[in-house]
Design a protein around this ligand. Structure first.
Ligand SMILES: Nc1ncnc2c1ncn2[C@@H]1O[C@H](COP(=O)(O)OP(=O)(O)OP(=O)(O)O)[C@@H](O)[C@H]1O
Ligand SMILES: [Mg+2]
Length: 223
């Protein structure tokens, strides 16, 4: 399910490192160790195959909806990511509207979405010098929706690829799977929301998540 895809997505990064190191070893080790490196290479390749399969097919899991306080969720995500963001000199600005209503959502899956978007922002900002700022705001949007904006000061998304960033396997990164955004898009859609992006030239990228403020009753009526 979605969890499988999430785990597989997380496994992909260390795996990419393993692949790189194995290739390097392959070139450098003396003849006597070649065979061992060959075995290592096969094993790493097999693991990569499994991860890719999981990423492709293990993508949907029913939502386990509960009452989710988005401000608390954001605090949890930032607790897990902020030290890494600080290392790369990224200033975090967060703004959560007071009295923001809770959403009826799968907190773990929403956490995964925020984590993916923050990881992308961080990776994008690694490419620029000067000020790096990650701005996350959560506000009410109309009577029955909330809008979460995640804006970075990275290089932005080139117009040529912006229409396909949510497609599976669309990546511009040597070590990317191109699945972070497509998984996130699917999760938000399943919540009855929308994930979109804007990237005016020279202004970084801003991802917007809109979620319905839903009551358990409304959810049950729809199911
Ligand atoms: N904040 C951003 N700024 C600029 N480009 C972005 C941003 N977020 C996404 N992109 C572009 O969209 C592509 C797809 O993103 P996605 O998260 O789906 O995959 P990925 O980040 O490349 O790989 P993975 O998520 O597996 O690490 C990225 O490769 C990048 O080109
Ligand atoms: Mg990503």
């Amino acid at each position: 399910g979605q969890l499988t895809a999430g785990v597989a997505h997380e496994l992909n990064n260390p795996l990419t490192v393993l692949i790189g190191v194995t290739e390097m070893l392959d070139e450098k080790v003396p003849e006597s160790l070649r065979e061992h490196v060959g075995l290592l290479k096969d094993a790493v390749e097999a693991a990569r195959h499994v991860v890719r399969g999981l990423l492709t097919f293990g993508r949907k899991m029913p939502l386990e909806r509960r009452r989710v306080d988005l401000g608390d969720l954001l605090d949890r995500v930032l607790a897990l990511t902020s030290s890494e963001l600080r290392i790369t000199d990224i200033v975090i600005e967060k703004e959560v509207e007071s009295g923001l209503p809770a959403v009826w959502a799968d907190g773990n899956q929403l956490q995964q979405v925020l984590t993916n978007l923050i990881a992308n922002a961080k990776q994008a900002m690694a490419e620029v010098d000067g000020q790096r700022r990650l701005r996350i705001s959560m506000r009410r949007a109309g009577a029955n929706r909330v809008r979460i904006l995640i804006a970075d000061t990275g290089p932005g998304i080139p117009p040529a690829i912006i229409a396909s960033v949510f497609d599976p396997f669309m990546t511009t990164k040597p070590e990317g799977t191109g699945l972070g955004l497509s998984i996130s898009y699917g999760i938000i859609r399943e919540h009855g929301g929308q994930l979109s992006v804007e990237s005016p030239p020279g202004r970084g990228a801003t991802f917007a998540i809109e979620l319905p403020i839903e009551t358990p009753a409304a959810d049950a009526a729809r199911a």
